[in-house]
Design a protein. Sequence first.
Length: 500
Amino acid sequence: MNRSAGILLPITSLPSRYGIGCFSKSAFMFIDWLKGAGQSFWQILPLGPTSYGDSPYQSFSTFAGNPYFISLEALIEEGVLTEEECSAVDFGKREDSVDYEKMYLGRYPLLRKAYERSNISQNQDYQSFVEENAWWLADYALFMAVKERFGGIPWTEWAEDIRLRWNNAMDYYRRELYFDIEFQQYLQFKFYEQWMQLKQYANSQGIQLIGDIPIYVAMDSADTWAHPELFQLDENNLPIAVAGCPPDGFSADGQLWGNPLYRWDYHRNTGYQWWISRLGYCFHLYDVVRIDHFRGFDEYYSIPFGEESAVNGHWEKGPGIGLFEAVKQALGEKQVIAEDLGYVTDSVRRLVQESGFPGMKVLEFAFDSRDSGCANDYLPHNYTENSVAYTGTHDNETLAGWWKNITSEEQRLARDYLCDYATPGKRLPRSFISLIMRSRAQLCMVPMQDYMGLDNRCRMNQPSTVGINWKWRLRDGDLTEELQKDIYAVTLRYGRMNWN
C-alpha cells in the first residue's frame, strides 16, 4: 500500500429506500463521493447472512452473502418485482436506523416473489455460478432450506438423521426441499452478481475494498454442520470447548463468544486446505482482507462448553506462522490487515512481524487508563509505517462519544498529547483525526461517524450486548459537499490522496 486513507462504513449504513443499506445506486454514489474526498479505500463489515442478534460476526456461513444486501431497485429494473410491491412493505419508520425484525419479515417474501418470476434455472450464468461454487453452496443452500423447515432452530436441535447428515436423510431433504434449495442458490447468485458489479465499479474509480472476516465461524452455521471434523466437537457434534476472551480491564467476566474452536492438528494435517479455500474466496470478493482477532492464530482462549462466563478458560497454542506460509504458497502475496488488538504478547507481535501483515493502531486505546500495558503502542508518534491507523473501530465508541465518557484525567492526557487546551470538545474529533493522518502509518481508516462528529447514539456495536447494535444508517443528504471538501483537505494535507 502507498500512503493513503479510507473510510469505514458498513454496507448496512448506506442510505437506501427500503430499510437497509444495500448494493443499490446509493452504494455507487458513495464510491463517487469517496473518490471526490480523495480516499483510496472503503472498509466494510463482514457480508455474511446474519442470525439472532444481527451481528455480521455470527453468520450462517463464512462463504455466503447476506440477502439483505440485494438491491430491490435492481430487481424492479429487471422486471421481477414492482415498485408498488416494494413500497407496500413496512421496513420501519426511521431513516437513520435498521429495523431487523421488519427487514426479516418484509424482504424475504419479496425475494421469494422475485425468484419465482425469474425463471432462473434457464439462466446460463446462474448455472455456471452454481457449478463453480458447489463446494460450499450445495451445503449452504440445503442447510438454510432445512433450517427453514425446522422453524429456524439451530442445527444442533434438528432430527438426528439430518443433524448427523445420514445419506438417506440428505437425499430425502434434497428432493423434498428442491425449490427452497434453488431459492437459496438464487439469492447467492444475485448477491454475487450485484456485489461484483459494485466491486468492479469501485476499482475502476481507484477505490479498493477492504473486507472483514471473523477468525471463527458460528456454531449454528453451514460450515460447522457440513464439516464437523474441522472443529473441536464430540461424537454428537456438540462443542467440547468454545471461543472467547479472558477477563481484563474492560470486562470482569471476560467475553464468552460461544464459537466452536478449530481442531488445528486436523487443519495442519490437511495442509490448511479449508483456510486456503476460505481466504482464496475472500480475495476474490475483496482487494484487502482484515482478519478479526488475529492473536487467535498465535494463542486462542479455550472455554469449557457449558460455562456461563469466560472466567474458567485457558490459553492454547494456535497454528502460528505455518498457516500463513501455506496460504502464501497456495495464493501468493495478498493484502491482509491483522486485527492484533487486545492484550498483545511478545509472541503475538512476533507472529504479526513474521507474517509481514500490517497490524492495527487504534487512537482511543492510547489514553485508556484501563489498559493492560501497551497504551504507548497506540500513540501516533510510535506508529510504524507497516500499520493501519484507526481513530476507532466498529466496536469502539465514536470519537465524540468517547471524549464525553472518558475520565478528566484521560482527557488531560489527550490534551497534553495534542498540546491543545482551547479547542471545544465538540470540535476535537477533527483534531484526533489529524493526529493519525500525520502519523507514519501507511493507511489511515476513519469511521464515517467520526468525520461527521456523531455521538454514541450512532455507535455501531457495543460488545457483549444484543438488540441495540448494527443499526445506524446515513440519511439522504448526510454526505454533503462541505463534508467531502473537509475530508479532501485533510487527506491532501497529510499526503494521503488518491490521485487515480
